[in-house]
Ligand binder design. Structure first.
Ligand SMILES: Nc1ncnc2c1ncn2[C@@H]1O[C@H](COP(=O)(O)OP(=O)(O)OP(=O)(O)O)[C@@H](O)[C@H]1O
Length: 489
């Protein structure tokens, strides 16, 4: 559709683009990204014929741009500039109708039924039909942006150039516009080239990205290749982190704000922050902890400050436990959005906790253990599913900085230590009669301060792994012995 071959050029006495070559296929959505001043808008000016290349050529549908008249070009290519303005006070409909100019053969050609249909359709697609009789200068920035987009679409172009199209749009219109563009490229074969400052939007919607750096192509490839952490840090000269999008297989580039001056680096999560009652055990951290957990609320990964292990009666109805737990927390002035919450039928005075330190690293472990519900994992098929709150809840607070790998290894290490307690304490699965490995509803929390020592691993014989193994083994044994002493009374 578009072929840019060895193009060099820019403004008089100032070449901005240097030996640029890339192709765009019909129906492709190409994103152009790059720092301020890297030459993104200049590419658009060259492709739309406003600036002439000093060297190289640009082919549009296999013909050089220079060979198109302005009107011929407007039938194929439409541009939505960054700051679209108009000199005269036209209405919305009049402004959109100007997009039809390229399709008219002379000044006096009649306005056709097709012209009307196209204008009405584009106004509807861009959500401005209800303002069609308003003056454009009376609209908000986002509404005006949509009017000029409708004008570009009314040209019925085959290729659309958009300079930061989401600039003035609120979240819902950003999504709507990009969903629509994507749909058009798929369904009508429209080719879209769009400049983006938001790398995440570009990564979510574009088929490929062209990363510009000082007027040269740094990389033209699939979004996941271009949005490489090191590459983006180097080109944009800032610190970012790349993470997978939580629900779609696309990358997200996250900015990292400069750390504030507050000095909490010496703070250690330990017993001081623990509050115990018969109804719940609560740990309130003075700052958010990074967590990985299987709590009833706050499960998965996140940042949380409050940790609740709540006692419920054995007859507790578990059918809508998540909703009920949320209500419970709210009713006790605990913000559920900041909380990882678990439940247990175990008496909370039987809790065991301990701070263990070694080599400048420390972990604070808190365990409640009940085994009325014990299961041998190797024979769990013999059980009928019946969620019950009799359980082992394990909290591991790490005073240090964990990698994702260390979070997962911490869960493994803590689980292995728990299984060993089951063996050593001779806990049996009541259904199979064999040795139990845990209960059917055990929950775990790993919460790290993400301050202080960097701890990349937590396998059983690493420094952190040894602390977790020892802490979980000791606390689970103690909690289990207290539970058994009570049950046997
Ligand atoms: N009319 C002009 N005359 C001379 N130099 C210009 C002109 N317009 C832009 N430039 C220069 O060309 C370079 C590239 O500008 P361009 O507008 O293409 O960058 P951009 O990547 O679109 O930037 P931004 O992200 O800030 O919109 C800049 O150094 C800019 O100063």
């Amino acid at each position: 559709m578009l072929s840019v071959n060895h193009v060099t050029g820019g403004y008089p006495g100032h070449d901005v683009l240097h030996d640029l070559s890339f192709n765009v296929e019909k129906g492709e959505l190409l994103g152009i990204v790059g720092p301020n001043g890297s030459g993104k808008t200049t590419i658009f000016k060259m492709v739309s014929g406003i600036l002439k290349a000093q060297a190289g050529e640009i082919l549009l549908k296999e013909k050089t741009i220079a060979s198109y008249s302005a009107k011929q070009l407007a039938k194929v290519l439409a541009v939505l500039p960054q700051h679209a303005e108009q000199a005269f006070p036209y209405t919305v409909k009049e402004t959109v109708s100007l997009g039809r100019y390229a399709h008219h053969t002379g000044w006096f050609q009649m306005w056709s039924e097709h012209d009307e249909t196209v204008v009405q359709k584009t106004m509807e697609q861009t959500g401005i039909a209800q303002f069609q009789d308003h003056y454009v200068n009376e609209l908000s920035g986002g509404e005006r942006q949509r009017v000029f987009l409708a004008q570009a679409l009314a040209q019925e172009p085959e290729i659309l150039l958009l300079d930061e199209p989401t600039n003035h749009l609120d979240l819902s219109y950003q999504k709507e516009l990009l969903d629509l563009l994507k749909k058009w490229t798929r369904e009508t074969g429209l080719t879209v080239i769009s400049i983006f400052h938001d790398l995440n939007l570009a990564g979510l919607y574009c088929d490929s990205l062209l990363l510009l750096e000082n007027g040269k192509i740094n990389l033209h490839n699939k979004p996941n290749e271009v949005l490489n952490e090191e590459r983006i840090q180097t080109v944009y000269r800032t610190t970012i982190e790349k993470h997978p999008h939580p629900t779609v297989p696309k990358p997200q580039m996250l900015l990292l704000p400069e750390k504030q001056a507050e000095d909490l680096s010496g703070l250690i999560i330990d017993e001081r922050y623990l509050d115990r009652s018969d109804e719940r055990i609560t740990l309130r951290s003075p700052f958010p902890l990074r967590t990985m957990s299987s709590g009833v609320v706050g499960s998965g990964t996140g940042w949380y400050t409050t940790f609740v292990n709540r006692h419920v009666d054995k007859s507790y109805n578990c059918s809508n436990h998540r909703e009920e737990m949320l209500e419970y927390l709210k009713g006790h002035m605990i913000d559920p959005t900041e909380t990882v919450g678990m439940m247990t039928a175990v008496r909370l005075e039987d809790v065991a906790y301990k701070l263990i330190e070694e080599e400048g690293v420390s972990v604070f472990i808190v365990v409640t253990a009940g085994v009325g519900n014990a299961v041998d994992a190797s024979r769990s098929r013999e059980h009928i599913y019946e969620p019950q709150p009799g359980t082992i809840n394990t909290w591991v607070f790490v005073n240090g900085t964990l990698t994702d790998e260390a979070f997962i290894q911490s869960i493994m290490t803590a689980t292995e230590a728990k299984v060993k307690v089951m063996q050593d304490q001779d806990v049996k699965d009541a259904v199979t009669g064999s040795s139990a490995t845990g209960t059917s509803t055990d929950s775990i929390l790993i919460a790290a301060t993400q301050r202080g020592k960097h701890l990349p691993y937590a396998g059983t014989i690493t420094t952190l792994g040894k602390l977790i193994s020892q802490g979980v083994y000791t606390c689970t044994t103690e909690a289990l012995q207290k539970y058994r002493a009570r049950v046997s009374v």
